[in-house]
Design a protein around this ligand. Structure first.
Ligand SMILES: NC(=O)c1ccc[n+]([C@@H]2O[C@H](COP(=O)([O-])OP(=O)(O)OC[C@H]3O[C@@H](n4cnc5c(N)ncnc54)[C@H](OP(=O)(O)O)[C@@H]3O)[C@@H](O)[C@H]2O)c1
Length: 279
């Protein structure tokens, strides 16, 4: 059975999702991108992460095409730009996202990163959208521990459903403090760039060695590595259908102590506080 993660409000969501950054940037690629998302959905990967920023709204339009006729089985996540995160800006941005996504609600709406609008104003606007049924839950992205502490002090701060941050074997600073803080507060972490944007990480000797043992690929091992935490949701992005199929199959992989030790040796865990990286 596919792994799931419980949000603080008790809602249970899939631990593996699909990202959409760089989708919707070129009209000529949109059909293939929507087809990739649909393939993922057919394979059971029903959580989709997008943002008003991606493709300047184009990614949300690609998602609309992919989820048409099957909205009810999707857990749909989008994000508001920090410069839109004011009392009036949030509902207006949300409405534009809903229109592009051709739906009447988001399952989760995130503040993409911290900007200059007061957090209390953004949270107040999120809560109003929740009461109006436009969003089911809200959360944040690229928040470090001090930001999460500030959020937790706000009246409605405890309703925060997730913090979406970078997490892969070459970027594991959150293990020092943010991941434990979120676990303690029962806030799942949504791991972005889980395969390191298919860069140097996929050439890791350790990932290759572990992949061989599991008859898998280094990308699948990187995703399974993030998903070893019970509070982590992983959202790899893939357009190539072979990648979509590989990623959908990662739920079957359970890493052993030996695997984790091999990965630790080449990609050591943090020994001290590291400021949160952002892509
Ligand atoms: N909140 C934030 O600030 C933030 C920042 C970054 C990302 N995100 C979210 O997280 C999602 C994932 O992160 P990401 O897109 O930065 O990076 P990623 O998922 O780590 O990597 C995406 C790249 O990996 C390739 N790929 C996918 N599956 C593969 C596989 N099995 N084997 C080999 N290569 C594979 C993709 O190629 P193809 O597309 O050609 O298949 C693409 O080039 C984003 O799409 C976005 O939704 C959020």
């Amino acid at each position: 059975m596919s792994r799931t993660v419980a949000l603080p409000d008790g809602q249970v969501v899939p631990a593996l999702g699909q990202g959409t950054w760089h989708m919707g940037e070129r009209g000529s690629a949109a059909k293939a991108e929507a087809a990739a998302l649909r393939l993922g959905i057919d394979l059971g990967v029903t959580l989709i992460d997008t943002a008003e920023m991606y493709g300047n709204g184009g990614a949300e339009e690609v998602v609309a095409e992919a989820i048409a006729g099957q909205r009810d089985k999707i857990f749909l996540v989008s994000k508001v730009y920090p410069h839109n995160a004011s009392r009036d800006g949030v509902p207006a941005a949300c409405e534009r996202s809903l229109q592009r996504l051709k739906t009447d609600r988001l399952d989760l709406y995130l503040l993409h990163w911290r900007g200059s609008h007061p957090l209390a104003e953004t949270v107040g606007a999120f809560e109003k959208l929740r009461e109006a049924g436009k969003i089911r839950a809200w959360g944040v992205s690229n928040f470090d521990v001090n930001d999460m502490q500030e959020l937790a002090r706000l009246k409605a701060g405890a309703a925060c459903a997730t913090n979406q941050v970078i997490y892969h074997p070459d970027s594991r600073g959150i293990e020092y403090d943010l991941l434990p803080w979120c676990a303690e507060h029962r806030i799942p972490v949504m791991a972005y760039s889980p395969i390191g944007q298919a860069g140097r990480l996929l050439r890791s000797a350790a990932l290759r060695e572990v992949a061989k043992r599991h008859d898998a690929t280094p990308a699948q091992i990187a995703i399974a590595w993030g998903l070893r935490h019970p509070h982590v949701i992983s959202i790899p992005k893939a357009v190539d259908p072979a990648h979509v199929r590989e990623n959908a199959a990662t739920g079957e992989i359970v890493l052993t102590e030996e695997d984790l030790a091999a990965i630790d040796a080449e990609h050591p865990p943090p020994r001290r506080k590291q400021s949160l990286e952002m892509r």
